[in-house]
Design a protein around this ligand. Structure first.
Ligand code: NAD
Length: 253
């Protein structure tokens, strides 16, 4: 998109949101980039350019070297706990509040594990890939609220199994309830906003297309749009800059 057409696309997207009767949002790592959290695939900063997923984010990796996996996630957890929601997260919270005031359905589905949507105040959030701030035990998935961070991997107070991050690793199932809510939102919305995802990881990647097939208008916010479909309204740019312009208060969505 050339720069001249961006204001027109924003005006069109604002109009869609203003007249929406049900809104679904999908976010990916890109929305947290401006909070200083590296994206998955960014060529310069992407996490997996420095680490091999099979050494860290798989149950087999944890089983063979739990200390290494625990330490790596402990570092990421610390980085995430220091990060703050940015203008993009805040704008999505503002959108939810505004729509709630008009009794309009709003579901925010995220692939992110950083918890920044909750930090920003968003309420109806579906965390498809878990949350790195939480832990559970490896064997029986008991949720554990308090543990000592150190080199040794702590054990579950209920069953003694080692603790692991409560995120969905490669090869694991996504939460059934979260998936059902995400698909239901994609099917029933009339505006679907897709922000900061490369849309390569299924099933999240299929959600905008489900919405499209069900008759919704799909808006993508991304400096490098990834959804290949002519019907998609593309807003090329950073979420922290464009979402406030799209949602911002003056004329309202
Ligand atoms: P991805 O890294 O594959 O893609 C990031 C996308 O964000 C790209 O399309 C990029 O162009 C876009 N982007 C970059 N900066 C942006 C900005 N300022 N505003 C808007 N868009 C921007 O991410 P993905 O599609 O979410 O898939 C990665 C997987 O890795 C997810 O499943 C997620 O669970 C995990 N992950 C999560 C985090 C996090 O929780 N913050 C971080 C890294 C990876």
């Amino acid at each position: 998109m050339d720069h001249d057409s961006l204001p027109g696309a924003i005006a069109q997207a604002r109009d869609l949101l203003e007249h929406a009767t049900s809104v679904a949002v999908l976010t990916g790592a890109g929305i947290s980039a401006e909070s200083g959290i590296p994206t998955f695939r960014d060529a310069m900063t992407g996490l997996w350019t420095k680490f091999r997923p099979e050494d860290l984010a798989m149950p087999e990796a944890f089983a063979s070297n739990p200390e290494r996996v625990w330490r790596w996630y402990a570092e990421r957890r610390l980085a995430v706990s220091r990060a703050l929601p940015n203008a993009g997260h805040h704008a999505l919270f503002a959108l939810e509040e505004r729509l709630r005031g008009r009794d309009i359905d709003f579901t925010l589905v995220t692939q992110n594990v950083d918890g920044l949507h909750h930090e920003a105040g968003s309420r109806n959030v579906v965390e498809l890939h878990g949350n790195i701030r939480r832990v559970k035990c490896f064997d029986r998935h008991h949720a554990v609220d308090a543990w000592e961070d150190g080199d040794a991997v702590p054990a579950c107070p209920r069953c003694g199994s080692l603790l692991r991050p409560d995120v969905v690793w490669f090869g694991e199932m996504l939460p059934r309830d979260g998936l059902a809510r995400a698909f239901a939102a994609a099917h029933s919305c009339d505006v679907f906003l897709c922000v900061g995802t490369s849309a390569l990881v299924d099933p999240a990647a299929s959600l905008p297309f489900i919405a499209l097939e069900a008759g919704a208008r799909v808006i993508e916010v991304n400096p490098q749009p990834s959804l290949a479909h002519d019907a998609i309204l593309r807003l090329e740019g950073a979420a922290g800059e464009l979402l406030p312009r799209l949602i911002g208060g003056e004329t309202g969505a």
